[in-house]
Design a protein around this ligand. Structure first.
Ligand code: FAD
Length: 390
């Protein structure tokens, strides 16, 4: 009988050659260039510009931007790998790269016309950081209740209002800003604008003093009669809700990647510690109670990685990811919270002080059950998907 040929699909975690080379380069960079700065960046709540420049040189600030605009022309999956590897060492650096690629660049590539792509993708690929400004003091989970107003005036829109919690606010020169052209129209009034730092009427306000990812800047943005040319509307007027929601649906996979990196980094430190720390005459790694915690951490991290890689592969394949990106973000962030809590427990008293890395991972992790949609909102999205599909 003739032998049947069975074609096997590539396992999700076995990387293609170019992906493995890219992942290794980012890992090497994170260990050599980022790790020595982690403590100082956390203490000073700042990522030095020299490190941002190195991220541009490494090619991780323009991963999906086509080569014609100066980017790497790689995939969303590559962006996920970069965010994971950087977050393993410092999630603040991970989120800077994540916002640039999975939100700002992603939105401009998808919704920008040729003019916007030419003017802004080239800058984002060479040396300019971007930020994504949707949230306001009164509109977080209910993002489309935003109050920032854009009024038409000849060839411009005049923007007035305030944005809150904007990641990369300190470093960015290009801001993707969501405002309404007609509050009575509800979400159908929401429009996306590309706003440059330095334009009259726009200032970056207070930088928040945070529990974790302290080196990542989180800022208020203030718009007072800020005139933005109509040519800077991203996508269609009144369709900003669509670009916001679809970009966030994909961006959540990046937050998932940040979380698997963070949790994996915490686990690496914890494993090392359990082999070095002795109590009752032996390394604590020999106690079954400790082994069980390590086993749970490792298993849940692997499961998160599968969810994230799958969602990223779906995005690259052009499939609808809404439910799957919410699952990846929800699960990875909750796993990372559990893993870092176990990390502190295993470090004992040394987990509670700043001389060891466990306490920083434990502080850094908490943002991720909140930012880009809280865990409760992810559950709503997943439930809507499941119930709608029945
Ligand atoms: C460090 C940091 C960085 C950020 N970066 C950015 C950024 O770059 N750009 C940007 O636009 N935003 C950013 N955000 C804002 C972030 O997306 C919001 O904080 C988040 O969406 C939650 O909104 P909120 O803080 O207003 O909480 P709220 O929406 O007020 O929620 C409060 C609580 O109510 C729950 N809740 C709300 N609605 C429901 C519901 N329908 N059902 C069940 N529970 C519900 C929430 O889950 C939460 O537990 C950032 C926030 C932080 C802290």
């Amino acid at each position: 009988m003739a032998e049947q040929t069975i074609e096997h699909a590539q396992p999700l975690t076995v990387l293609a050659e170019d992906e493995a080379i890219f992942r290794d380069a980012v890992r090497e960079f994170a260990d050599a260039q980022v790790r020595p700065l982690v403590r100082e960046m956390d203490e000073h709540a700042k990522i030095p510009r020299s490190l941002v420049d190195q991220l541009f040189d490494l090619g991780v600030m323009a991963i999906e931007i086509p080569e014609a605009y100066g980017g790497a022309g790689a995939s969303f999956f590559h962006a996920v790998l970069a965010v994971e590897e950087l977050s393993r060492v410092d999630p603040s650096v991970g989120v800077l790269v994540d916002v640039q690629n999975t939100l700002v660049v992603n939105a401009l590539m998808r919704w920008g016309n040729d003019d916007i792509k030419r003017r802004y993708l080239t800058r984002l690929a060479s040396n300019t950081v971007g930020a994504y400004a949707l949230s306001e003091a009164g509109s977080g989970s209910d993002a489309f209740a935003l109050a920032t107003r854009a009024k038409e005036d000849g060839e411009h829109y005049v923007i007035t209002g305030r944005k809150l919690w904007i990641t990369n606010g300190n470093e960015a020169d290009i801001f993707l800003v969501f405002a309404t052209i007609n509050p009575e129209a509800g979400y159908r009034g929401i429009t996306a604008f590309v706003v440059e730092r330095g334009v009259a009427g726009f200032t970056v306000g207070k930088k928040e003093d945070k529990l974790g990812i302290r080196a990542s800047s989180t800022c208020e943005l203030i718009f007072e009669d800020c005139r933005v040319p109509k040519a800077n509307v991203l996508g269609e007027v009144g369709k900003g809700y669509k670009s916001a929601i679809e970009t966030l649906n994909e961006g959540r996979i990046g937050i998932g990647a940040q979380m698997i990196g963070l949790a994996a980094g915490a686990l690496e430190h914890t494993i090392k510690y359990t082999k070095a720390r002795k109590q009752f005459g032996k390394p604590i790694a020999e106690f079954q109670a400790i082994q069980f915690m390590l086993a749970d951490m490792a298993t849940e991290i692997e499961a998160s990685r599968l969810l994230c890689y799958r969602a990223a592969a779906m995005k690259d394949a052009g499939e609808r990811v809404t439910q799957f990106s919410a699952m990846a973000k929800l699960y990875s962030s909750e796993v990372a919270v559990r893993a870092t809590e176990k990390g502190v427990q295993i470090f004992g008293g040394y987990g509670f002080i700043k001389d060891f890395p466990a306490e920083k991972y434990y502080r850094d992790v908490k943002l991720c059950t909140i930012g880009e949609g809280t865990s409760e909102i992810q559950r709503l999205v997943i439930a809507r998907g499941i119930l709608g599909a029945q």
